[in-house]
Design a binder for this molecule. Structure first.
Ligand SMILES: [Zn+2]
Ligand SMILES: [Zn+2]
Length: 317
């Protein structure tokens, strides 16, 4: 746990019930996809599923991850709270739970403290399945500590404890709009969204290039970058955790900026006056952190990458 986290000796029964509803809803959303076998998938329902995917993925990446967790830019409390409601509607838990687990991942990536590493406690296919969501069905699901800053905000705390309300309301809205066909489309969107987000934990620590030195197996994976609107550029993120842009790499000696739709969204917020203090590493910082040779392809385990520098970001927090 971090210095400002609140250690949780035991959760109240109500919090436990609310938290455990998360995996239950995700399992139900998998089962709900079967509705489409009966109703089929119309163009309208497909557009509904795609729209919900994009908006909720963006809330997960731009709000939950880059704003709430890493503070890579500033915005108003209202936008943060609204973004967290949309983030919770993805069905992947609330802001305290999400930030707690993600910070734990960064504190010990691919080491013993990392609850969703594809390399420990299992490797191979079992490790992949563990990092792709299996860990959510284990005792590791409950964070040891919750972030004090999120817990201090009564609205964010309420969103965290009642995280299951936004996805249930969205399911109801889907049904109201288009009956079982749209409910099935909502389930499809939610299920693909769940697996899309989990690929950052799994594929982006197994397959891809490592242009920057980090003490873990984080990698740049283009497939994950497409699925997650830029989060697949995961190696620069581990090297520069406070950077609002993740899409960096090298072509030869040349620093290149990769397509990063989440960063584009943050820039749009900035242009609209809704985001400020957007943090980015300088070109010099990026060059200094460059790995001496580009490692690419299949990861072999945390030891392979552990020869790099510290995993901590080089930017001020
Ligand atoms: Zn992160
Ligand atoms: Zn990672």
């Amino acid at each position: 746990m971090g210095p400002s986290d609140i250690l949780i000796a035991s959760y109240s029964r109500r919090t436990l019930l609310g938290y455990w509803l998360g995996p239950v809803l995700i399992i139900l959303s998998h089962l709900g996809c079967l509705l489409l076998l009966v109703t089929g998938l119309s163009l309208g329902a497909l557009a509904w599923a795609l729209g919900l995917y994009l908006i909720r993925m963006l809330a997960t990446t731009a709000i939950y991850h880059r704003l709430l967790t890493h503070r890579s830019y500033d915005t108003s409390p209202t936008l943060l709270r609204l973004g967290c409601v949309v983030g919770a509607s993805a069905g992947q838990m609330g802001p305290s739970w999400w930030k707690a687990h993600h910070l734990a991942h960064h504190r010990g990536s691919d080491a013993a403290a990392d609850v969703h590493s594809p390399f420990q406690p299992h490797g191979g296919l079992r490790g992949f399945l563990w990092s792709q969501g299996g860990w959510l069905l284990s005792s590791q699901f409950l964070p040891e500590a919750l972030p004090a800053d999120v817990e201090a905000d009564p609205v964010l705390r309420a969103i965290d404890r009642f995280h299951f309300v936004p996805p249930l309301l969205l399911a109801l809205l889907s049904y109201q709009i288009g009956g079982l066909a749209y409910l099935g489309a909502f389930c499809l969107s939610t299920t693909v969204l769940f697996h899309g987000v989990q690929t950052v934990n799994s594929l982006s620590h197994i397959f891809g290039s490592q242009p920057f030195r980090t003490a873990d197996n984080s990698r740049n994976n283009p497939l994950v970058a497409v699925l997650t609107l830029g989060e697949g550029w995961h190696n620069p993120h581990h090297a520069f955790q406070h950077s609002a842009r993740h899409g960096f790499s090298f072509q030869g000696n040349r620093l290149v900026r990769l397509v990063d739709p989440t960063f584009g969204f943050i820039r749009l917020l900035e242009v609209l006056g809704l985001a400020w203090n957007v943090k980015l590493p300088s070109d010099r910082q990026l060059h200094l952190r460059r790995r001496s040779r580009d490692a690419s392809g299949l990861g072999v385990g945390p030891g392979e990458a552990a020869s790099g520098a510290s995993a901590q970001g080089a930017l001020p927090g």
